[in-house]
Design a protein around this ligand. Structure first.
Ligand SMILES: Cc1cc2nc3c(=O)[nH]c(=O)nc-3n(C[C@H](O)[C@H](O)[C@H](O)COP(=O)(O)OP(=O)(O)OC[C@H]3O[C@@H](n4cnc5c(N)ncnc54)[C@H](O)[C@@H]3O)c2cc1C
Length: 386
């Protein structure tokens, strides 16, 4: 299957922009592949503060036309409880008609509308922020969470309805947004590595629309899937050394790369640098990565944990710690791949500039120019979860 030529960068965009370049008739946001979850495996330990699941899909990577480095766009129906809460805020019962022929308002909201991320129009109506728009806790870059919950639809919907009425509020609702997940397997059933998003915020438990379905062992909700190709982030076919830098579920594409290396991709020196919260509960894929190291598929692995009391806590600090080795690898032609939240990606880049400056005795400007050149040459590649 020819992969459609669209790509999200940073944050997932609305459905309309997503399929702006999709090819007619191919699998895309408007023509997704119907699938389901084949199996789920909890990767994080029971003592972890978060849950990370390995999710195998009924569609294969080949069906979707994806390889590690690409992402999969996932559309899931909204939870019935969320639909009920939205109907209540709208002052509706759900059996009213909807803009979709033959669908009740309840059905339309469940399968067609974005009920988590608020539309810009409703945010404007209520003045930009709901009750949850207060920062009360520090960010944790190792967790991959470097932005705190923004107002979601339920935070603002009652105020918006009071201001413009329920009919206008319903009209302002946007199409259900696909969520992107990095492909974390090289072949067979496509696999995703998903952090379950839950947060107690402003007196209400927030549950991520897509991650809750993907990570809920009881859910057999249908999924609609399509490829989000990112050819620049594929494992190159040459044998140049490879440095993979990730925090949290940002390690997902690199698990796929390591499987590709094990399956016969050209051998090369490869170094995984990985940051998480705790060694005992959050070191996902530990056995696989250690086995790859023992087998020589990985040449080197550096792990850092932010909650162990270690002096080096975050992956960008590990870049500083190993700066001169990293610079040696770069001089030897290494490509650096970085994956994680926006904060992780930006901290790693800053740390690399500083590390190169320190290693070569260069000014920050000169080191920055080198990293910019590496980016232009495709030797420094970052994929951000937004
Ligand atoms: C290219 C790309 C690749 C990605 N790959 C992966 C991956 O491999 N694994 C993975 O787990 N995720 C990945 N993500 C993130 C994923 O797409 C979703 O954003 C994430 O799972 C949350 O979606 P949700 O539907 O569960 O939550 P939503 O329903 O979208 O969010 C629920 C509420 O939580 C808030 N919120 C959203 N994100 C956070 C956060 N991080 N911390 C606190 N509050 C938040 C929202 O503002 C909203 O109010 C990727 C994102 C991109 C753009």
């Amino acid at each position: 299957m020819g992969a459609p030529a669209y790509r999200l960068s940073g944050t997932i965009e609305g459905m309309d922009s997503l399929d702006a370049h999709s090819e007619h008739g191919s699998v895309g946001p408007r023509n997704p592949l119907q699938a389901s979850v084949l199996s789920r495996r909890l990767l994080s330990g029971t003592g972890s503060r978060k849950q990370v699941w390995q999710v195998a899909l009924s569609a294969s990577s080949a069906d979707l036309g994806v390889v590690p480095g690409d992402s999969i766009g996932v559309l899931v129906p909204n939870r019935p409880g969320l639909v009920d809460a939205v109907l209540e805020a709208l002052g509706m019962h759900g059996d009213e008609g909807s803009p979709a022929p033959q669908a009740s308002l309840r059905e339309w909201l469940r399968s067609d509308r974005e009920l988590s991320i608020p539309p810009a129009r409703l945010l404007r109506v209520v003045g930009g922020a709901g009750p949850s728009h207060h920062r009360t806790a520090p960010a944790d870059p190792a967790q991959g969470i470097d932005h705190l919950p923004r107002p979601d639809l339920l935070d603002i919907l009652s105020d918006a309805v009071a201001a413009i009425g329920s009919a206008a509020a319903i009209k302002a609702l946007r199409p259900l947004r696909p969520r992107a997940y990095s492909v974390s397997s090289a072949a067979g059933p496509a696999q995703l590595t998903v952090a379950r998003l839950t947060a107690d915020w402003a007196g209400r438990k927030r549950v991520g629309v897509a991650s809750s379905v993907l990570c809920d062992a009881r859910s057999d909700d249908p999924l609609r899937l399509f490829a989000l190709p990112n050819p620049a982030f594929h494992l190159p076919a040459d044998g140049r050394p490879l440095i993979m830098v990730a925090a949290g579920t940002g390690v997902a594409p690199f698990r796929g790369f390591i499987q590709q290396l094990a399956a016969g991709a050209p051998t090369r020196r490869s170094w995984l640098m990985y940051g998480e919260r705790t060694r005992s509960h959050d070191f996902i894929f530990e056995d696989e990565f250690r086995a790859s190291l023992a087998a020589g598929i990985l040449s080197r692995m550096t792990t850092v944990f932010s909650r162990q009391g270690d002096p080096v806590r975050y992956v960008h600090e590990a870049i500083a710690q190993h700066g001169s080795d990293i610079d040696d690898w770069i001089r030897a032609g290494a490509r650096v791949f970085v994956c994680g939240s926006q904060g992780v990606v930006s901290n790693v880049r800053d740390a690399l500039v500083a590390a190169i400056g320190a290693s070569r005795g260069w000014s920050p400007l000169r080191a920055e120019a080198l990293v910019a050149q590496l980016e232009a040459d495709g030797a420094y590649l970052a994929d951000s979860f937004g």
